[in-house]
Design a protein around this ligand. Sequence first.
Ligand code: ADE
Ligand code: ZN
Length: 326
Amino acid sequence: SDLDAFITGLPKAELHLHIEGSLEPELMFALAKRNGVAIPYASVDEVRAAYDFSNLQDFLDIYYAGADVLRTRADFRDLATAYFDRVAADGVVHSEIFFDPQTHTDRGIPFADVIEGLCDGMADAEAKHGITSKLILCFLRHLSEEAAFATLDAAEPWLDRIAGVGLDSSEVGHPPAKFERVFAAARAKGLKLVAHAGEEGPPDYVREALDLLHIDRLDHGNRSLEDPALTARLARTGMTLTVCPLSNVKLCNVPSIDVHPIDRMLELGLRATVNSDDPAYFGGYIGENFRAAAAGRNLDKRQLATLARNSFLGSFLDDAAVADHL
Ligand code: ADE
Ligand code: ZN
């Protein structure tokens, strides 16, 4: 349709994408075979059938198990390449990619192989598609502060290739306050700061992310809407929210796409963006997220253009690069 073509043609940045969450079942099978890793599924269809989640933890259990097939530098390169090849067709011109080093280093995979493989794929994507990208190292919040500090130490030789740090995994019970000192250390190294907050956790977790972690960008943030003063603060300060419509539905944080608050966020003056989160698990890449939100909420071209524009304003590109994209 006309709106589909409009969406695809809109240049956009993706700001909330877990690269491990872009592992499609087909690549999972190919890597399992290449690396001689056993997986608990007989077929690609069986894998897809297992992707039926009631909440974030249900998903995380399957997502961490799937990541076990990623073993070598070439695997991480292939993973990144598959993502970029797919989103080139969606009109993505820039992507800020999360990776979870602890998921791999805790299995004995060297940090070097993870990051060098991702950087290989990123360089290929820039050469092949002209897509620029940055890396954001996420700490797993269900693990300890000490483990997060060890991960920041392990990243030291590659800090010139890491734009920022983030916070992901099981939210409830692991408030931002747990990582206040690690985020202060990352800030002292000149890294940008983001955190998942208000996905399943309460508005107070969003306040902690602002006041204790000093985040530059808020991942999800949906539950901020329960708190009008917090919502007004996010709007007034121009905080970018990296919203993930299909993820919210798949993880049952929003009952259906027809009642997703993406348009309400814009009306409230929030700098909302549209992203895919874990596209291989949640039913679509950024283009599908735009199309589903547009159909579910009857978004018009002006709203869609605002969402795409917000993705550049909220990116960690320098001002000249942002201006080039607007
Ligand atoms: N890790 C990958 N996707 C995530 C999400 N949506 N929330 C928290 N941790 C994640
Ligand atoms: Zn996420």
